[in-house]
Design a protein around this ligand. Structure first.
Ligand code: FES
Ligand SMILES: [Fe+2]
Length: 464
């Protein structure tokens, strides 16, 4: 064993994280301080205490289905390699060579029995074992050196829930199922919509936007921006309808606001949240022709939740799945800096669906969600404007977390009872209410994890 490295003494005082959240919901007050979107020192602490100390989403099982498939990604700032070994068991390692630290795997995904480092050729198998040190026999290593493990370092916790693969660099996290809690009900709905299972379609778009990662966490759950930020899309839809008349096949977003559909939200435990909207035109969903089989297979209640309600789910802190008016999209976010975030977006599809349904899904995805679509660029334009606007330092608090508070309930409402879940808060109302209470769950978890991380770090540094 190597000797432990010397730890630096604490150099700064305690951070009072409570000052960033004004959480007094009993008095009708909840606000978030703008510094958590713009202060660089907080970004480093978020990486350490949120991303590198808790469960984060890595990838979906369909991205590495076969023995020796691999997928490289990150946990916070740290490079990670996920593999399947010969027995198809999932493994995850820090993607850093034990020799001089190079990334071992430079590719995003593929199939490889051995990963050979491109610097000096040390080679590792899909169990992370170092199987070859180039010119080992002539190396004149000492017995002390030979006694070290040269294997890749395993990620302490790796677990899968229904094909969604998560990991943690902290061995002390709660079991994954406990962490996901009631969010599992919505993952189940996403997974069970096809009898043969669901997968991410091959190919995806990756991009960065010049804004803080929490803007993306919020935006996925934000119905309020839809007919303002995306008014270009609404105008395009209006023209399509005018041109095609009764032959137009697709949802009319403008009309959705006109009839003020029913919506609701759940602030779930551990920072997860869900926003749902009644679907005005479920017949445009690729699943619609299978509605009878769905009701038979899943029961009328679950089939209703699948077809009649669009659902936008966030699993805090880094994965989101929307399954709304038309189709499903998967989003994985990675913070790169206070004001820079990387996004990977995928289309979420039933395995082996009929070509016509797949074609419809792909076209709808390209239309609104893909990077070159009529929708997604609006969002990151908005993030950039928020990030820049928030540089106005004299303004401290956001006013973006209060809509719906007057109708919020603690614990379950009828919608939650129907699903058998126990959210921290629920809200329901017309589409124009555009609830913002579900973000409270995200920020409460942010605060909890930041305080817990600081406590843990100080305890580890305290003299015996
Ligand atoms: S850094 Fe990997 S073999 Fe040298
Ligand atoms: Fe948007």
């Amino acid at each position: 064993m190597n000797r432990p490295a010397q730890r630096p003494l604490p150099d700064a005082g305690l951070v009072d994280f409570d000052r960033y959240l004004d959480d007094r919901i009993d008095e009708g007050q909840f606000a978030v301080h703008r510094d958590i979107f713009r202060d660089e020192f907080l970004f480093d602490l978020e990486m350490k205490y949120i991303f590198e100390s808790n469960w984060v989403f890595l990838c979906h099982a369909s991205q590495l289905p076969k023995p020796h498939d691999f997928f490289s990604t990150h946990i916070g700032r740290q490079p990670v390699l996920v593999t399947r070994n010969a027995a198809s068991e999932l493994k995850a390692f820090l993607n850093t060579c034990t020799h001089k630290g190079s990334l071992v795997c430079l590719n995003r995904s593929g199939n490889r029995k051995f990963h050979s480092c491109t610097y000096h050729g040390w080679t590792f198998d899909t169990n992370g074992r170092c199987v070859s040190i180039k010119d080992h026999a002539d190396a004149a290593y000492t017995p002390a050196f030979e006694a070290h493990s040269h294997d890749l370092q395993a990620v302490p916790k790796l677990a899968e829930y229904r094909g969604w693969i998560f990991a943690s660099l902290n061995a002390d996290v709660v079991p994954l199922e406990q962490h996901l809690g009631d969010a599992r009900v919505f993952i189940d709905l996403l997974v069970e919509q096809a009898p043969g299972g669901m997968e991410l379609v091959r190919g995806n778009a990756s991009y960065t936007f010049p804004g803080n990662w929490k803007m993306q966490v919020e935006n996925c759950l934000d119905g309020y921006h839809l007919n303002i930020a995306h008014k270009g899309f609404i105008e395009i839809t209006r023209r399509r309808i005018a041109r095609a008349g009764a032959a137009y096949k697709g949802p009319d977003i403008e009309a959705m606001f006109g009839i003020n559909l029913k919506t609701g939200s759940f602030g779930l435990k551990n920072g997860h949240a869900l926003f749902f909207t009644e679907n005005p035109a479920p017949e445009f969903r690729p699943l619609w022709p299978q509605r009878e089989q769905l009701a038979e297979r899943l029961g009328a209640g679950r089939a209703k939740w699948l077809l009649q309600y669009g659902r936008n789910l966030t699993i805090f802190p880094n994965v989101q799945c929307t399954d709304n008016a038309v189709i499903g999209q998967f989003r994985v976010l990675r913070p790169l800096a206070t004001n820079l975030t990387e996004m990977e977006i995928y289309l979420w599809v039933p395995v082996g669906e009929p070509p016509e349904a797949r074609r419809q899904r792909l076209r709808q995805y390209e239309d609104f969600f893909n990077i070159s679509s009529t929708g997604t660029p609006d969002d990151f334009g908005a993030y950039r404007n928020c990030q820049e606007g928030m540089q106005a330092r004299a303004v401290e608090w956001l006013q973006g977390h209060g809509r719906g508070m007057g109708r919020m309930v603690r614990g379950a409402n009828d919608y939650a009872r129907e699903l058998g879940i126990e959210p921290e808060t629920c809200s329901e109302g017309p589409l124009n209410m555009s609830d913002e209470t579900l973000f409270h769950a995200n920020y409460r978890q942010w605060l909890r994890l930041m305080k817990e991380g600081q406590r843990r770090e100080l305890a580890a540094r305290a003299p015996d």
